[in-house]
Design a protein around this ligand. Structure first.
Ligand code: AMP
Ligand code: GLY
Length: 423
C-alpha cells in the first residue's frame, strides 16, 4: 500500500513509526511532516488546507490510504472531499467530526442520547446577558469552554463568578479565540481522575486501544495554564476491566449509535476524554482523531498490523483482530519551549538526539532542519517516550527522564511528575 499521512506533530511521528512497521506498506508519504518523520516517509510540501491538491497527489502517486492526523482538516471536510473523489481515508467526515469541532453540538448530542457528561448550558455571543444571569445562579468552580476549535486551550476553569465574568468577556468581547469563542458552553465542574480512551471504528464495529492519561496543565502538580498536553502514560491503571465495560455500555456504544441515527456515521479514531467521577465515568470531551501526546504512548503498545487496522476501517470493514495490546507500558514527556503555551522563541539547536537510548523513542513535534542541525520550531518540541515490554509505569517513568536528561536546547522546559498519578 502507498500511504499519505497528513500532519506534522508528535502524534504524526508516532503514526508514521507504527505504519512503517507494517509489511503491507510499500511507500509512506507525509505532508508536511517533520524531521523525525523523515526517517520513515518522503516529506511532501502539500498544504493541508488545499484539498484539491491532496486529491491530485493521491491519484498521481496511487495512494491506497490517506491518514489524517489533526482535527482542523477533518472539521473542514478533507475526508468528505477525498471520499467523494474515490480516495480511501482514515478519518471522519465533516458531519461526524463536529463531535470535536462544535462542543455545543456534542453536548446536545450527549444530552439527547443520555450519555453521561457534565450538566451544561450553551450561549451565543448575542446571549451574553443570559450567560451572565446564568453565572449568577450556579455554584463554583465552573467551566467555560469555547465551542469551536482552540488547539486544546479554549477551556477555562473559573473559581469564582468574578473570574467567570472576565472569561465571558475574553471570549465574547475580546475575541481571544475568534469565532470559536462566539458560542460558549458553561458546564458543571467534575471531580475525579481523567483518562483517555481511543476507539477505532468503521461506525458499526470498533476496537478499543490501551487506555492512557494526558497531563494538560503546563506545570507540575497540574498547576499553570492548559496546554495541548505536556505528557502522557499508558495504560491508565484507573481503567479496570470492570470500568471499561461500563464505559463501553454507557458511552461508546450509545455514542456510535447516536451518530449513526443522526446520519453522522463515524469512521476513524474517536477520542473519548473521560472523568472518572464518584457517579461513574462521564465525558469531558470527544475528539475526532488520535490524541496528542497520548498516541505517542499508546501505539507502541500494540502488537500486530496497525496499517491493516487503519485500512480495514477506512474501507468500512474494520479488522478487529489486526492489533492487540502487548502487555507493556509507556511514559511520554513533552519537552517544550520556555514560555509555552504563551509566547516562546524558536530556532535553538537541539542536542542529544543522536544518543541511542534503550527502550526510548524520541518523537519530534516542533522541530525543523537548519543546515543539517535540528532546531526548535514550536511550543511542544519533542515527546521523549519510554516503551517497556512489561507493565511497569515506575520504571517507564525513570527510563523516560533518564533519556530526557541527556537532551538539551536553550529554554528546555518539562514537567517532572508525568505518570505520578498512576504510581
Ligand atoms: P477539554 O479541552 O475539553 O479536554 O478540557 C481541557 C481540560 O480541562 C480537561 O482535560 C480537564 O482537565 C479540564 N476540564 C474540562 N472540562 C471539565 C469539567 N467539566 N470539569 C472539570 N475539569 C474539566
Ligand atoms: N491530548 C489531548 C488532545 O489530543 O486533545
Amino acid at each position: 500500500m502507498n500511504v499519505l499521512l497528513i500532519g506534522s506533530g508528535g502524534r504524526e511521528h508516532a503514526l508514521a513509526y507504527k505504519i512503517f512497521e507494517s509489511s503491507k506498506l510499500t511507500k509512506l508519504y507525509c505532508a508536511p511532516g517533520n524531521p523525525g518523520i523523515e526517517e520513515f516517509a518522503e516529506l511532501v510540501e502539500l498544504s493541508t488546507s488545499d484539498f484539491n491538491n491532496i486529491v491530485v497527489f493521491a491519484k498521481e502517486k496511487g495512494i491506497d490510504l490517506v491518514v489524517v492526523g489533526p482535527e482542523q482538516p477533518l472539521v473542514d471536510g478533507l475526508a468528505d472531499h477525498l471520499r467523494a473523489n474515490g480516495v480511501n481515508v482514515f478519518g471522519p467526515n465533516k458531519e461526524a467530526a463536529m463531535i470535536e469541532g462544535d462542543k455545543s453540538f456534542s453536548k446536545e448530542l450527549m444530552k439527547k442520547y443520555s450519555i453521561p457528561t457534565a450538566d451544561f448550558e450553551v450561549f451565543t455571543k448575542n446571549e451574553k446577558d443570559n450567560a451572565l444571569n446564568y453565572l449568577d445562579k450556579i455554584s463554583y468552580p465552573t467551566v467555560i469552554k469555547a465551542s469551536g476549535l482552540a488547539a486544546g486551550k479554549g477551556v477555562a476553569i473559573c473559581n469564582s463568578q468574578k473570574e467567570a465574568i472576565l472569561i465571558v468577556d475574553e471570549y465574547f468581547e475580546n475575541g481571544i479565540f475568534g469565532k470559536s469563542g462566539h458560542t460558549i458552553v458553561i458546564e458543571e465542574f467534575l471531580e475525579g481522575e481523567e483518562a483517555s480512551i481511543f476507539i477505532v471504528t468503521d461506525g458499526d464495529n470498533y476496537v478499543i486501544l490501551p487506555s492512557s492519561q494526558d497531563h494538560k496543565r503546563a506545570l507540575d502538580g497540574d498547576k499553570g495554564k492548559n496546554t495541548g498536553g505536556m505528557g502522557a502514560y499508558s495504560p491508565a491503571p484507573i481503567i479496570s476491566e470492570k470500568l471499561l465495560a461500563q464505559i463501553e455500555e454507557k458511552i461508546i456504544v450509545p455514542t456510535l449509535n447516536a451518530l449513526k441515527i443522526e446520519n453522522r456515521k463515524y469512521n476513524g479514531c474517536l477520542y473519548c476524554g473521560l472523568m472518572i467521577t464518584k457517579e461513574g465515568p462521564k465525558v469531558i470531551e470527544f475528539n475526532c482523531r488520535f490524541g496528542d501526546p497520548e498516541t505517542q504512548c499508546v501505539l507502541p503498545l500494540l502488537d500486530g498490523d496497525f496499517l491493516q487496522l487503519l485500512h480495514s476501517t477506512a474501507i468500512g470493514m474494520i479488522d478487529q483482530t489486526a492489533v492487540k495490546y502487548n502487555g507493556g507500558s509507556s511514559v511520554c514527556v513533552v519537552a517544550a519551549s520556555k514560555g509555552y503555551p504563551d509566547n516562546y522563541e524558536k530556532g535553538f539547536e537541539i542536542t542529544g538526539l543522536d544518543l541511542k537510548h534503550e527502550n526510548v523513542i524520541i518523537y519530534h513535534a516542533g522541530t525543523k532542519k537548519l543546515n543539517n542541525r535540528i532546531v526548535t520550531n514550536g511550543g511542544r518540541v519533542l515527546g521523549v517516550t519510554s516503551v517497556l515490554k512489561e507493565n511497569n509505569i515506575k520504571l517507564a517513568k525513570q527510563t523516560t527522564y533518564d533519556a530526557l536528561s541527556k537532551i538539551n536546547f536553550e529554554g528546555i522546559t518539562y514537567r517532572t511528575d508525568i505518570s505520578d498519578k498512576a504510581l
